[in-house]
Design a protein around this ligand. Structure first.
Ligand code: ASP
Length: 290
């Protein structure tokens, strides 16, 4: 049986910046994630675990590393999808909760709705017992060291996995784009735009959310594979070409049901890590895909 795991820390990075810490973090996580998949843990559990760890690290523009919006608030987005039954959960513009991906999982597990936004999302997360943030300005300190308004430095996080039971899952979490307006929601919590998982492929996107929403990009990878029999690598590339056609840059990570991996980007770089039953762990930031 095959397993595979791919992580991303966003498609924004400045040439000349030292990403040693992020690479070390991705290396640690991809190795620990591999152990979990080898131990037969589910793709859904491993995706949530990985995204929560990326959020908590403060090294990316998600969770603790999130940057404030134009009015100084911290509104975060996340979504999660499990391939087999297409169960999905998402939170948009959520405030005051440490792990948006955990909040998305609570929505998925509850099963009544797919997406909750704003105060309703926050209250549901609180009711599930998730950790709260009492003092946002004291908690979200990391964005200062990212260089506040540098849009080239954005860094959504995401994970996709195939487990030994043959199931796919995908999750994505973000603080959004720098300087976004209050109430702005990007692609990350939109099932089919920022995140998708079905029986064919699991996808997590990063980049200019508005372009990914206009192209339904995560779902489009699956559609191209299922309707046109396009292989994973070509389907992913074609989707990014569409994103570019609508003015967007960024990247995506994807795994298909056979355990093939794709992690293309049309931005300068994408922080990423991958492993599978046939691939030793790889961690890359600036190095292009072979
Ligand atoms: N896609 C995210 C958004 O538009 C940003 C990013 O991936 O960096 O909110």
């Amino acid at each position: 049986m095959t397993y595979a795991l791919v992580l991303h820390g966003g498609a924004g990075a400045r040439p000349g910046t030292d990403y040693t810490t992020q690479k070390a973090d991705l290396t640690r996580l991809i190795i620990a994630g591999q152990e979990k998949l080898r131990a037969r843990q589910s793709a859904l559990d491993v995706v949530v675990w990985a995204v929560e760890a990326l959020e908590a690290s403060g090294l990316y523009v998600a969770g603790k590393g999130s940057a404030p919006n134009s009015t100084g608030g911290f509104e975060l987005d996340a979504s999660l999808m499990h391939g087999p039954q297409r169960r999905a959960g998402a939170v948009a513009a959520i405030e005051g909760i440490k792990s948006p991906i955990r909040a998305a999982r609570a929505v998925l597990e509850d099963g009544h709705h797919v997406m909750l936004a704003g105060l309703g999302a926050q209250n549901a997360a609180k009711a599930s017992g998730l950790s709260e943030i009492t003092d946002p300005l004291a908690y979200y300190t990391e964005h200062l060291s990212h260089g506040s308004a540098d849009s080239a430095n954005h860094g959504t996080v995401g994970a996709v996995a195939l487990d030994l039971h043959g199931e796919l899952a995908a999750g994505t979490s973000t603080g959004g784009t720098f300087g976004k307006r209050a109430g702005r929601v990007g692609d990350t919590p939109i099932i089919g735009a920022g995140t998708w998982a079905d029986e064919t492929v699991a996808v997590s996107c990063t980049g200019l959310g508005e372009a990914f929403m206009r192209t339904a990009s995560a779902y489009d990878v699956s559609a191209r594979m299922r309707y046109a029999n396009t292989p994973l690598q070509s389907a992913s590339r074609q989707v990014l070409d569409e994103v570019a056609r609508f003015g967007g840059d960024g990247g995506l990570i994807a795994i298909d049901a056979k355990g093939s991996i794709s992690m293309p980007y049309n931005s300068h770089v994408m922080k990423r890590a991958a492993v599978s039953s046939t691939l030793a762990p790889v961690v890359r930031v600036f190095e292009p895909e072979p």
